[in-house]
Design a protein around this ligand. Structure first.
Ligand SMILES: Cc1ncc(COP(=O)(O)O)c(C=O)c1O
Length: 377
């Protein structure tokens, strides 16, 4: 697998290139991190008369760069201490790029959770910063120890990057540990970038953490409609922060990426968020049903797989107990059986794990097929 593209100023995003290769050709997707996308009819079918008017009378000109005010007001309801002025709307992945480019200079040191969604460390590397990876303990259910985070701080550390619920392990820290992370950032006056794309997908809502941006002035939180709300195709997300100096800089940077978000996406996103309970409930029900199917499957194939069952999000990271490296295994399985699974090599995390996704209705079909494939292992 060679993803070198000459002249690129940033290394290729292995996970996205892997998806680009297989997502629309493989028959069974067992590694997706989003829930099935809702249909246009689902969203417009929920709309009130007033919301329908917004949609039908929508003018397709440029939109407000910070984001549609009505959309921002709806987004603010997902937070306890964030108002519609404490945010900007942009595509989630764009949020990673914009925020990290505004926060960092090349002499900064960054502590970044790992394994992780590659853009989090990759954008940091592209700026030229030094990175220390904050690694979890698999034996303790992918536990990220805040003490280890504290030990990694250097005099030039500027930023800590976290992502909970975590891609790819599904790990969600306790409120106590989350607060410890915030306290460490505060004590050392560090910026905290908190990727919260899977927030509101806790399998038990009492485990939901506050947003980092609700708790700490120098935290920037990223969230969006792609995972929790099943609206990835809208490409709508947002950055929230109480740090308005940084917010201004990020808005100015967006003039070089998209300038403003798509008008139809903002209105559809607004309608979706106004009916968020229905969207979240549909997704949580599916996730819980799928999680028990997947857990049963892993237990029934315990000679090949083991995992720490996640308690949040749509994905988990299972250990592959075979000699074949995960990448070879996954490339064989997609070529021979049409089942796409992401290997840990894609996360630069050895060759012994695979990421499994349980946000899609087709999971059972994919598992049946995988069970057949396992007969030959
Ligand atoms: C942790 C994390 N952050 C950010 C993103 C980017 O979201 P989007 O693909 O909607 O831009 C993803 C997508 O998989 C993700 O898993």
């Amino acid at each position: 697998m060679n993803y070198i593209i000459s002249g690129m100023k940033i290394d290729p995003f292995k996970l996205e290139r892997y998806f680009a290769k297989y997502e629309f050709s493989a028959k069974y997707l067992l590694s997706s991190s989003d829930c099935d996308g809702f249909r246009m009819n689902d969203i417009l079918g929920m709309a009130t008369i007033e919301e329908m008017k917004l949609w039908q009378n929508l003018q397709l000109g440029y939109t407000e760069s910070q984001g549609l005010p009505m959309l921002r007001e709806e987004v603010a309801k997902l937070y306890s201490n964030i108002s519609s002025d404490d945010m900007m709307v942009l595509a989630p992945e764009e949020g990673v790029f914009v925020a990290l480019n505004c926060i960092l200079s090349k002499d900064d040191h960054v502590i970044c959770i790992a394994p992780s969604y590659q853009s989090l460390p990759q954008v940091v590397r592209s700026i030229g910063c030094d990175i220390t990876y904050w690694l979890p303990d698999e034996e303790r259910g992918w536990y990220f120890d805040p003490q280890e985070l504290g030990k990694a701080i250097r005099p030039n550390t500027r930023l800590i990057i976290i992502n909970f619920p975590h891609n790819p392990t599904g790990y969600l820290p306790s409120l106590h540990d989350f607060q410890s992370i915030i306290d460490i950032a505060k004590a050392h006056n560090l910026i905290l970038f908190s990727d919260e794309m899977y927030r509101y997908l806790e399998h038990d809502s009492s485990l939901r953490l506050p947003s980092a941006s609700d708790l700490y002035h120098n935290a920037i939180s990223l969230s969006g409609l792609s995972k929790t709300f099943g609206l990835a195709g809208l490409r709508i997300g947002w950055l929230t922060t109480k740090n308005h100096e940084l917010l201004e800089q990020m808005m100015a940077f967006k003039d070089y990426t998209t300038i403003c978000s798509s008008a139809p996406s903002e209105v559809l996103g607004l309608i979706g968020l106004r009916h968020k309970e229905d969207l979240i409930e549909t997704n949580i029900k599916k996730i819980k049903r799928n999680l028990s199917l997947l857990d049963g499957f892993i237990n029934a194939h315990s000679h090949i797989l083991s995992w720490s069952k996640p308690n949040a999000g749509t994905i988990g990271f299972a250990r592959l107990k075979i000699v074949t490296p995960a990448l070879d295994f996954c490339e064989g399985i997609v070529a021979e059986h049409g089942i796409m699974i992401v290997p840990s090599e894609i996360f630069d995390y050895g060759d012994k794990h695979i990421r499994l996704g349980f946000g899609r209705l087709s999971l059972q079909e994919g598992l049946d097929r995988l069970g057949e494939a396992f007969k030959g292992v």
